[in-house]
Design a protein around this ligand. Structure first.
Ligand SMILES: [Mn+2]
Length: 317
C-alpha cells in the first residue's frame, strides 16, 4: 500500500487532475470527491469531479462548481484519482478514461479492493472515503469550510449518522476536527437523514398501516402496490425508508418488504439478523444476495406472495 507521502508527491507532480467515484454516487462518493477537489483547487491544481447524476438531497454538499457529468472535451488530466471504488469497473463509463491517464491513485475503504491504480491506499477499517480524504489533506492542503462540510457529509452518510459499527474513535476525532470549521452541520444532518418528500411520508404511512408479523413477531412484513405509489406521487426509489422502519420493530429477526415493480410483478426485499439466511430464502425463488440482505421477484398478488415466502422462511426455524 502506498503512503500518503507518496500520494501527495504524485499530486505535487501533477497539474490537471480528474477526481471520480463509483456509479450511482452516494453521500460518501459525492462528499469525498468534492472535498478533495476543492482542496486540490486550493493547491492551484486544475481539477474537475466526474460523477453521474446524483440524488437531490446531496445538493447540500458544496461542490465548488467543480462537478461534471461528462469529461469536458478540452480537459486532459495527467492524474486521475478514484475514490470509494473497490474495483476499476465501479467507475462505470469513466473506467476507460481512468485507464488512459498516465498517473492514477485509488483511495478506498471497501473490503477486497483490487489495487487497480498506480498508487493504492485501501483501508477497510476506515468508515468512509471521506475520512481517508481528510487524513490525506490533514497538514498538507488548506481546508476551508466548504471542504469540511463535504467531508463531514460523506462521513455521516456512510456511518448512518455515527450509528454503524464502522464508526471508530478516529471517525469521531475527524468529525470533531471538521466541526471546528464554520458550516451548518445541523442542516446537513437533517437534509441527509430526516428530510423526505410528502409523498414518501405518505407511502411510508401506507406501508406502516399494513405491517403484520408471523412466527411470534419474528418476521415482520409489509407491501406497497403501484396504485399506492400513484396515489402518493412517488416511485419505487422513494420507498427506501420502509425497510429501516420495519427492521426496528421489537422482536423482529427478519423483514420482508414487497413492492410492485410492474403490474402483478413484485420485488421481495429481505433483511435479517443471524438466525435467518435470507439469501437462501430468496434463492428458492430464483433470487439471491447476502445472508443478511437479499431479494427475489415473484408474480401474483402481494398477500399471496408474502404467504409463499413465509413458508420458505419457516424451514429455517
Ligand atoms: Mn463509502
Amino acid at each position: 500500500m502506498a503512503g500518503f507521502d507518496e500520494i501527495r508527491q504524485m499530486i505535487e507532480m501533477s497539474s490537471v487532475i480528474a477526481v471520480s467515484a463509483h456509479t450511482s454516487p452516494d453521500g460518501d462518493a459525492v462528499g469525498a470527491c468534492c472535498g478533495l477537489a476543492m482542496a486540490l483547487k486550493e493547491l492551484d491544481k486544475e481539477v474537475i469531479v466526474l460523477l453521474e447524476e446524483y440524488p437531490e438531497s446531496f445538493d447540500i454538499i458544496p461542490t465548488g462548481g467543480l462537478v461534471y457529468h461528462e469529461m469536458p472535451e478540452d480537459f486532459a488530466p495527467d492524474l486521475f484519482i478514484a475514490l470509494d471504488c473497490g474495483d476499476v469497473d465501479r467507475l462505470g463509463k469513466n473506467a476507460e478514461l481512468f485507464k488512459a491517464v498516465p498517473n492514477t491513485i485509488n483511495i478506498d475503504h471497501h473490503r477486497n479492493n483490487t489495487n487497480f491504480a498506480k498508487l493504492n491506499y485501501a483501508m477497510e477499517e476506515a468508515s468512509s472515503a471521506s475520512e481517508l480524504v481528510f487524513m490525506l489533506l490533514y497538514g498538507y492542503a488548506p481546508i476551508h469550510e466548504d471542504i469540511a462540510a463535504a467531508l463531514y457529509t460523506g462521513i455521516i452518510y456512510d456511518t448512518g449518522g455515527f450509528r454503524h459499527t464502522s464508526t471508530t474513535s478516529a471517525t469521531m476525532a475527524i468529525a470533531s476536527e471538521l466541526m471546528e470549521y464554520d458550516f451548518d452541520f445541523n442542516a446537513i444532518y437533517n437534509r441527509i437523514f430526516f428530510t423526505r418528500k410528502l409523498g414518501e411520508a405518505k407511502a411510508l404511512g401506507i406501508a406502516m398501516e399494513r405491517v403484520d408479523t408471523a412466527f411470534d413477531g419474528k418476521v415482520v412484513h409489509t407491501y406497497v402496490t403501484i396504485e399506492d405509489m400513484k396515489k402518493c406521487g412517488v416511485g419505487s426509489d422513494d420507498l427506501h425508508e420502509i425497510t429501516g422502519f420495519i427492521k426496528g420493530i421489537e422482536g423482529s429477526v427478519a423483514t420482508m418488504f414487497v413492492y410492485e415493480k410492474a403490474p402483478s410483478v413484485f420485488k421481495v426485499s429481505m433483511r435479517s439478523e443471524d438466525e435467518i439466511d435470507v439469501s437462501e430464502v430468496c434463492a428458492a425463488f430464483g433470487g439471491g444476495g447476502h445472508k443478511k440482505a437479499a431479494g427475489c421477484t415473484l408474480e401474483g398478488n402481494p398477500e399471496e406472495i408474502i404467504k409463499t415466502v413465509l413458508k420458505e422462511i419457516e424451514k429455517q426455524f
